[in-house]
Design a binder for this molecule. Structure first.
Ligand SMILES: [Zn+2]
Ligand SMILES: [Zn+2]
Length: 315
């Protein structure tokens, strides 16, 4: 089988290999999305990355034990800690992420050590979704997870960042709160034009951070209404400018800042259902489809503003 192996900063290659006989084969992978996290890991692998490693955490395929088409939840949780007991498995202290701590989806067959097999979580893909669409379940689910932190429908929302996540946030907010005024802002003029959503309100009830710019965070905080919520969805760039968080302003205005990290299996099931039911369109955001041989080139080239999601078809 073919797999992509990352061995150091910028070092990635396609290799032909047999499945390791000490592992249990679980999926014949159909597709795997390339995430911004994968690109960052390729350029500068974080210290927690277990190299050499197969990147990718947005994958789906045929579940070998059952023959069903499934999407993988992108991690293994311990099942023992307080957060696992509360059902917050994305916050597990021992979380092992595919494509970071364990081999991920840039390969034809996904397998795990026998001790982890029971803890892997897969969601059945509804009929009508192809591999490309199903591979979008994880990014869609992360946005669903974040928006679910806001209980009352906001009157206005500003989404900072018009990349894939910002565009998904705009669509899911529209679906969830049909009367909400939605603005999507991006410093890139092409992305801004493609998103085409501005309302120009001075103050907004809800802010969704889908970019890594601290300047955008500072701007968002000054626009947040009293009683407003900020969803801290995207991490910030390492070389960021200082944040201008005014503690007293947040205190006096009763504002709420929500950290938001990853998703839960239930969010992925909802994502699949929304796509299969025709309530969320993603096809136009899948801008590139490639195969495993093309992955080194794709990771090596910088992304153009019209690229939203690249999906690798692995078979
Ligand atoms: Zn991702
Ligand atoms: Zn745990």
């Amino acid at each position: 089988m073919q797999k992509i192996v990352l061995s150091g900063p910028g070092q990635v290659k396609l290799i032909q290999t047999k499945t390791d006989s000490s592992l249990v084969p679980l999926l014949d992978i159909g597709a795997c999305g390339i995430c911004a996290t994968d690109r960052k890991g390729f350029l500068a692998p974080p210290p927690s990355m277990q190299l050499p490693l197969v990147p990718g955490h947005e994958f789906c395929g045929i579940h070998l034990p059952t023959g069903k088409r499934v999407v993988a939840w992108p991690a293994i949780s311990c099942g023992q800690c307080t957060h696992c007991h509360r059902g917050q498995t994305n916050l597990c202290a021992e979380l092992q992420l595919f494509g970071l701590h364990l081999d991920g989806g840039y390969q034809q067959q996904f397998s795990l050590p026998p001790s982890l097999v029971e803890r892997a979580v897969f969601m059945k893909i509804p009929t009508g979704l192809d591999w490309k669409q199903a591979s979008m379940a994880e990014p869609v689910a992360c946005v669903i997870h974040s928006l679910a932190m806001v209980e009352n429908p906001p009157e206005s929302i500003c989404i900072y960042g018009a990349g894939l996540m910002g565009r998904l946030a705009s669509r899911l907010a529209q679906y969830k709160w049909p009367h909400c005024l939605i603005e999507v802002l991006d410093s890139d003029p092409i992305r801004q034009e493609l998103a085409a959503k501005t309302h120009g309100r001075e103050h907004v009830d809800l802010v969704f951070m889908a970019c890594s710019s601290s300047t955008a965070v500072n701007d968002a905080l000054t626009r947040l209404s009293p009683g407003g919520h900020m969803l801290m969805f995207s991490g910030l760039a390492r070389d960021r400018n200082p944040l201008a968080i005014d503690y007293n302003r947040i205190h006096r205005r009763e504002q709420t800042l929500h950290g938001s990290y990853g998703c839960l299996p239930a969010d992925m099931t909802l994502a699949l259902d929304l796509m299969a039911g025709g309530n969320l369109m993603v096809d136009d955001l899948i801008s590139n489809v490639a195969n495993l041989e093309q992955v080194p080139d794709i990771l090596g080239n910088s992304r153009n503003p019209r690229e939203f999601k690249t999906v690798i078809i692995t078979q």
